[in-house]
Design a protein around this ligand. Structure first.
Ligand code: MLT
Ligand code: ZN
Length: 461
C-alpha cells in the first residue's frame, strides 16, 4: 500500500479500500470501451462523513477522485485511467424518509434506479425516469449526468425529479441544496449546477427525489416505415392526436442485430427500412380509438407499412425489447457512439442532411441509427470492422465527426444530448458551448473544486 493510501486507512480505519487488480479493473471502467483502467485504488464509503474524509485526504495528498455509480455511462465520465482513487457509492444505497404529502423520498447516491422505481410502486406512486440500464445505473450517476432515457417526452430528464440534493464539494464541505422545497426563490440554485456536472464540482451523496402518480395503463404501438422522412411525419400526426409517453425509432440494421441474438422473432412478416415505437395510454383501457384512427391515416398516406399494437402489458414489454436491446446487441462491435440532438421542428431537415453526410463518408462502415427521436435525440453508432484496430477506427470516426458536428452546430444542436461529455466528447465541448461559457464553467469549477481533484480531465477541455 502506498504512503498516501496508508494514511487514508489510518485516518478512516472503517473505510473499505480495495487495491487488488480485479477491483481496480472493474471499478476503473464504465461502458465506454476506449480506455484502459488504471486507478490507484477503490474506496467504498458507507457514510457522508467518510466521503468528506476522503475528499480532505485527497486535497492534502493531491490525489484525483473519480465518482463511481453503476458505471453504465457511455462517454467515459466514470473512467479512472491515471492513478485516481475511485469512490464507489454502492454501499450508500439506502432509501429513507418518505413524505406522502410532498410525494418525495430521500435516497442515498448508490440507490439503483430500478430500486427507486420499485419503491415508488410499492407506495402506489411512480418514478418515471427510465432506460435500458435502470437495473444497474445508480441515482448519483443519473443526477451527475442528468440522465434522460425513454420517457423524456412526457416526464423530462432526471433534473425535473430532484427536489433536494446533498453534495460534498471538492473542499470537503457538505451542502444541502433546496431541501425538498417546491418553492425557494433565494438566489442561485446550486442544485441545478451540480446536476449534469459529471462529478467535476463534487460528489452527489444523496437526493430528495420527487415521485408522481402512476400513468393509466400504457400500450405500445410498433410501426414499420418505408423511409426515414416518414419517422417525423408519423410523429406529427400522433402528437396532435394522443398523449405520448415515448416515441423511439430504429433502423432495420439495428433490428437485424437484435434478431441475430436469437432471442426475439421478427415483429413483422416483411422487413422495413425503419421502425418507430410509440407508447401511449392504452386504447383498450380508455376506450379511446384515436390512436387506431391515426394509424389508419398514416397507412393511407403510405407513411406506414404495417403495425402492431400490444394487447397486454407482457406484449408491450416484448415490443419494447426490440428497441431496448439494440445497444447491447451492437456492443460486441465496439461502436463509436454519437448522441446528438436538435430541436424537434428541425429534425426532418437535420436527418436528411445527416443521412447524406454519413452515406458519403462512411461507405465502408456499418452505421446504426436509433434514438429518442420524439425528443430530437439521435444515437448514431458506427460499428468497428473486426479487422480494424481500435485506434485507427476511432481516428476514422473522429474525422467524420468534424463534419457531423459542423452540421450539429449549423442546426443549433447539441453534440451530447443525454450521454454526457466525459472523456470521450470533452474536446468537442466547443461545438455546443461558446468559449465564454467554457471559461465561466472553468471559473465555477474553481469555486467548488479549487485543487482540481474532482474527476479531472472530464467534461472541460
Ligand atoms: C439507448 O438509448 O439505448 C441508450 O442511450 C444507450 C445507447 O445509446 O447505446
Ligand atoms: Zn438513449
Amino acid at each position: 500500500m502506498s504512503a498516501p493510501l496508508a494514511r487514508l486507512h489510518q485516518q478512516l480505519p472503517q473505510l473499505v479500500l480495495r487495491t487488488d487488480d480485479d477491483s481496480r479493473q472493474h471499478y476503473g471502467l464504465d461502458w465506454t470501451r476506449y480506455y484502459q483502467p488504471a486507478p490507484l485504488a477503490v474506496a467504498l464509503p458507507a457514510t457522508v462523513a467518510e466521503v468528506q474524509g476522503i475528499v480532505r485526504w485527497a486535497r492534502e495528498h493531491r490525489v484525483a477522485l473519480v465518482p463511481s455509480g453503476g458505471r453504465t455511462g457511455l462517454s467515459g465520465g466514470a473512467v479512472a485511467a491515471s492513478g485516481e482513487l475511485v469512490v464507489s457509492f454502492e454501499r450508500m444505497n439506502r432509501i429513507g424518509d418518505f413524505d406522502r404529502v410532498a410525494r418525495t423520498v430521500q435516497c442515498e447516491a448508490g440507490v439503483v434506479t430500478a430500486a427507486l422505481q420499485q419503491y415508488a410502486s410499492g407506495k402506489g406512486l411512480y418514478y418515471p425516469v427510465d432506460f435500458a440500464s435502470s437495473g444497474s445505473s445508480q441515482l448519483g450517476g443519473n443526477i451527475a449526468t442528468n440522465a434522460g432515457g425513454i420517457k423524456v417526452i412526457r416526464y423530462g430528464m432526471t433534473r425535473e425529479w430532484v427536489a433536494g440534493l446533498s453534495v460534498v464539494t471538492g473542499t470537503g464541505e457538505l451542502l444541502e441544496l433546496n431541501r425538498g422545497l417546491a418553492k425557494n426563490n433565494t438566489g442561485y440554485d446550486f442544485r441545478h449546477l451540480f446536476i449534469g456536472s459529471e462529478g467535476t464540482l463534487g460528489f452527489v451523496v444523496g437526493a430528495c427525489m420527487k415521485l408522481t402518480l402512476p400513468p393509466p395503463p400504457q400500450a405500445v404501438l410498433l410501426l414499420a416505415l418505408p423511409a426515414l422522412a416518414d419517422v417525423m411525419r408519423v410523429f406529427e400526426v400522433f402528437r396532435e392526436g394522443v398523449s405520448l409517453s415515448a416515441y423511439e425509432f430504429f433502423s432495420d440494421q439495428a433490428l437485424g442485430h437484435v434478431l441475430a441474438r436469437g432471442q426475439l422473432a421478427a415483429p413483422f412478416e416483411v422487413r422495413a427500412p425503419f421502425y418507430v415505437l410509440l407508447e401511449l395510454d392504452d386504447p383498450m383501457h380508455s376506450g379511446d380509438d384515436s390512436a387506431l384512427k391515426l394509424f389508419e391515416r398514416c397507412l393511407e398516406q403510405g407513411w406506414v407499412l404495417d403495425g402492431v399494437l400490444s394487447q397486454s402489458a407482457q406484449q408491450a414489454q416484448q415490443l419494447w425489447a426490440y428497441r431496448e436491446s439494440i445497444s447491447e446487441s451492437i456492443t460486441p462491435y465496439t461502436p463509436y457512439k454519437n448522441d446528438i440532438a436538435v430541436t424537434i421542428s428541425r429534425v426532418p431537415a437535420f436527418i436528411a442532411s445527416l443521412d447524406a453526410l454519413l452515406a458519403a463518408n462512411y461507405p465502408d462502415f456499418e452505421v446504426i441509427w436509433y434514438g429518442h427521436i420524439g425528443d430530437g435525440n439521435l444515437h448514431i453508432n458506427v460499428l468497428k470492422p473486426p479487422a480494424l484496430a481500435l485506434a485507427a477506427f476511432r481516428d476514422a470516426c473522429e474525422q467524420v465527426n468534424e463534419q457531423v458536428f459542423a452540421l450539429v452546430r449549423d442546426f443549433g444542436g447539441s453534440m451530447s444530448a443525454e450521454h454526457g461529455v466525459g472523456l470521450l466528447k470533452r474536446d468537442y465541448l466547443p461545438v455546443s458551448r461558446s468559449a465564454q461559457e467554457i471559461e465561466m464553467m472553468q471559473g465555477i469549477k474553481k469555486v467548488f473544486d479549487p485543487d482540481g481533484i474532482m474527476n479531472p480531465g472530464k467534461l472541460l477541455p
